[in-house]
Design a protein around this ligand. Structure first.
Ligand code: PEP
Length: 251
């Protein structure tokens, strides 16, 4: 049985002081929730302090990106093994901001996915369409290309050790949320396309919705049959909101 998950994506926000304040409140607010049901994906420089604050709590942590190579002359990059040194459990791969602002294509994302799994990290693979792609009827093709790159590279069984996040690009950070029905439709489509490769993998796969999830719309979204929680940007920086979303994401 798949379990619900709520993952916060802090993006390039925070400071040592702000992080402590935020996490103290999140730790208190999520007391008693299922261990590992909430995750925060933080900027690299804070991994050590976040690890110290979160070990022995119910909250898991991870990073927002990883390099596909294990080591070498890749100035400024961070490997999956390095993330494991800080006991990260998760890493986001293929976030639309990485794809659009930093030129990551689906093949590179698939290599990052594999590198993460080879080091024992659980990749949170982001897929999703732009507004133009949705309006021109290309949504299904775009998402299939993003998923197939990983399935071709790593095999469908690799998805049993991964999480998928459906994030319509037009809903990220815009305050426009896909309606629960719109999101459910795409989640069912994703699960269905994976089921064509392997029904068991598809049935057990956690598929998160991301795109302006807030405290006041999380419960409705997470109640849909194929939505197994959320990937949360802006609202993960506000303790009260993130805690409320984590509560909505309890099984
Ligand atoms: C995200 O960063 O993945 C995201 C979904 O952001 P927001 O919740 O702010 O739309």
């Amino acid at each position: 049985m798949r379990k619900k998950l709520v993952a916060g994506n802090w993006k390039m926000h925070g400071s040592l002081v702000q992080n402590k304040e935020l996490l103290d409140a999140v730790i208190t607010g999520t007391a008693g929730m299922r261990k590992g049901s909430c995750v925060v994906c933080v900027p690299y420089p804070y991994l050590s302090s976040v690890q110290s604050m979160l070990e022995n709590t119910q909250i898991a942590w991870g990073a927002q990106n990883v390099n596909q190579f294990s080591k070498g002359a890749y100035t400024g990059e961070v490997s999956a093994e390095m993330l494991k040194d800080f006991d990260c459990q998760y890493v986001i791969v293929g976030h639309s901001e990485r794809r659009s602002l930093f030129g990551e294509d689906s093949h590179t994302v698939s290599l990052k996915f594999t590198a993460s799994q080879n080091s024992g990290l659980m990749p949170i693979l982001c897929v999703g369409e732009t507004l133009q792609q949705r309006e021109t009827g290309a949504m299904e093709k775009v998402i299939a290309e993003q998923l197939d790159a990983v399935i071709d590279q790593a095999g469908v069984a690799s998805l049993s050790k991964a999480v998928i996040a459906y994030e319509p690009v037009w809903a990220i950070g815009t305050g426009k949320t896909a309606s629960p029905q719109q999101a459910q439709e795409v989640h069912a489509l994703i699960r269905g396309s994976i089921a064509r490769h392997d029904e068991g993998v598809a049935a057990d796969l956690t598929i998160l919705y991301g795109g302006s999830v807030k405290a006041n719309n999380a419960a409705e979204l997470f109640a849909m049959p194929d939505i197994d929680g959320g990937l949360i940007g802006g609202a993960s920086l506000i303790a009260e909101d993130f805690v409320a979303i984590c509560r909505a994401g309890q099984d």
